[in-house]
Design a protein around this ligand. Structure first.
Ligand code: SF4
Ligand code: SF4
Length: 151
């Protein structure tokens, strides 16, 4: 789906930190992905993601196959146009870029978001950063169809 090729938020560490995997899935992926010590969870940003494209599409874990964010679901159901769906994704990417800008990491928004979350959690974020991070989290929450699936 072309929408996903312009997004990648559910694979690049912005939306989730890890993906549950079975032993068979971990074995099939091998070094093409990074796992926790017990190989029960695949880490994000996903090593298999390149240019917002999954490089292990045929072997991707069941949880990856099952997950469609709400924007994608609405597009598939015909409830929004492709242009509207892209605009929704662009809005989230702009919010992430704002966090990255405030963290002075404009070229590495995923790391910026991770660090911003840590600062917010410790109560060390400026009010501007905290507001920008909260705006991003709210938008991400609205995209998560089933937040229990992932970590
Ligand atoms: S967050 Fe949605 S649109 Fe983006 S890559 Fe994942 S499923 Fe596709
Ligand atoms: S295996 Fe593919 S679909 Fe799953 S998180 Fe990695 S890049 Fe995304």
């Amino acid at each position: 789906m072309s929408l996903c090729l312009s997004c990648g938020l559910c694979c690049d560490g912005t939306m989730f930190r890890e993906v549950p995997v079975t032993a068979a899935e971990a074995k099939a992926l091998g070094r093409r992905a990074l796992f926790n010590r017990t190989k029960t969870r695949m880490k994000q940003p996903c090593r298999a993601l390149s240019e917002r494209c999954c490089q292990v599409y045929e072997d991707r874990p069941a949880k990856c196959r099952e997950f469609n964010c709400l924007v994608l679901q609405r597009l598939q159901r015909g409830e929004v146009t492709e242009a509207e769906a892209h605009e929704s994704i662009e809005d989230v990417l702009r919010r992430r870029a704002r966090v990255a800008e405030l963290m002075e990491l404009p070229d590495d928004p995923v790391t910026a978001v991770e660090r911003a979350r840590a600062l917010v959690a410790k109560g060390k974020a400026s009010s501007t950063l905290r507001d920008a991070a909260e705006r991003l989290e709210r938008a991400l929450l609205l995209m998560k169809a089933d937040a229990d699936m992932f970590g």
